[in-house]
Design a protein around this ligand. Structure first.
Ligand SMILES: Nc1nc2c(c(=O)[nH]1)N[C@@H](CN(C=O)c1ccc(C(=O)N[C@@H](CCC(=O)O)C(=O)O)cc1)CN2
Length: 301
């Protein structure tokens, strides 16, 4: 295998986390303790692993974490009460609601209930709108991680043709917005696109986020393309369960300039950027509080 073509997400995430750790230490020096609340509803096995890893990473970088586990028959109203309490708690800077939620719950309503300045997932409509306007807002973690890997791999992204395959709210749409902000020409492909394969073959950069195991093979790729595989699909391989991406890695590898593996590519970046967002949220809330109290002092004296 050509190791130089592999984009190492584990190593990149470790670099981001090192920086976060230094930022947290600086905040501790100013008596600010960044804190993240993690909410898990139900007992989805993959979600339990992701939540556990989020709490572990938080601990490692010095972020305080508080875990809230709710039973799978929780109503949306009950969840909204908890979110309201966390919104009102000045010691909590970030709120993470692990997705997916159980089927009976209203996901959009729950995400909209999170205060935009504590929305470390960047899923609130105020942050979604801000991102689409190119403003500096809390931005979804997986696309931020993908952009970081692309910048490290390609350097200047300006003018490059990026194709995003998939239009989910968590990855596809914010990814397209981030690439536009980086001055790429962006095409978003989805299940209704005509001749998706031919369009994809024009891309300098491919972001695969469709959720279909090994859909994208070499016939979708321009020689020398850079490929970021966001897919995490569990498949049965000769009676053994294993993870594969949306890209057929073995078929793509000889054609590409660089590619992320699954696992060990985009996945670790998601949690690293969650930590980065939590620190950014803590800093912004601290500044907002300070300006509020300065304004009160001005009005008194
Ligand atoms: N509220 C959110 N929910 C979900 C998000 C999200 O960003 N916010 N993303 C995914 C799940 N996810 C984090 O929550 C996540 C997925 C995968 C990984 C990861 O490190 N994957 C590893 C493999 C892990 C394994 O062995 O199973 C890798 O790709 O190397 C981290 C986080 C949906 N929900």
């Amino acid at each position: 295998m050509s190791a130089h073509k592999l984009i190492d997400g584990k190593a990149a995430a470790a670099r981001v986390l090192l920086q976060v750790r230094e930022d947290v230490a600086r905040l501790h020096g100013q008596a600010i303790q960044p804190a993240l609340a993690v909410i898990l509803v139900g007992s989805d096995p993959a979600s339990q692993v992701y939540v556990r890893n989020k709490i572990l990473r938080a601990e490692e970088v010095g972020i305080r974490s508080v875990e809230h586990r709710l039973p799978s028959d929780t109503s949306t109203e009950q969840l909204l009460i908890l979110i309201g309490q966390l919104n009102a708690d000045p010691a909590i800077h970030g709120i993470l609601l692990q997705l997916p939620l159980p089927a009976q719950m209203d996901e959009l309503r729950a995400l909209e209930a999170i205060a935009p300045d504590k929305d470390v997932d960047g899923f609130h409509s105020q942050n979604v709108g801000g991102l689409s306007q190119g403003r500096a807002v809390l931005t979804p973690c997986t696309p931020s991680g993908c952009l970081y890997l692309l910048e490290q791999t390609c350097g200047d992204l300006r003018g490059k043709h990026a194709v995003v395959i998939g239009r989910s709210n968590i990855v596809g749409k914010p990814m397209a917005a981030l690439l536009l902000k980086a001055d790429c020409s962006v095409t978003v492909l989805h299940s209704r696109s005509h001749d998706a394969q031919a369009l994809c073959r024009q891309a300098d950069i491919v972001i695969a986020a469709v959720g279909r195991a090994r859909l994208i093979d070499a016939s979708w790729l321009k020689p020398g393309a850079v490929v970021i595989d966001v897919g995490i699909n569990r498949i049965d391989d000769d009676g053994r369960s294993r993870l594969v991406g949306d890209v057929d890695f073995d078929s793509a590898l000889p054609h590409v300039a660089a590619i992320t593996p699954v696992p060990g590519g985009v996945g670790p970046m998601t949690i690293a950027f969650l930590m980065k967002n939590t620190v950014a949220a803590a800093l912004a809330q601290h500044h907002a509080l300070r300006s509020q109290s300065e304004a009160v002092c001005h009005s008194i004296y």
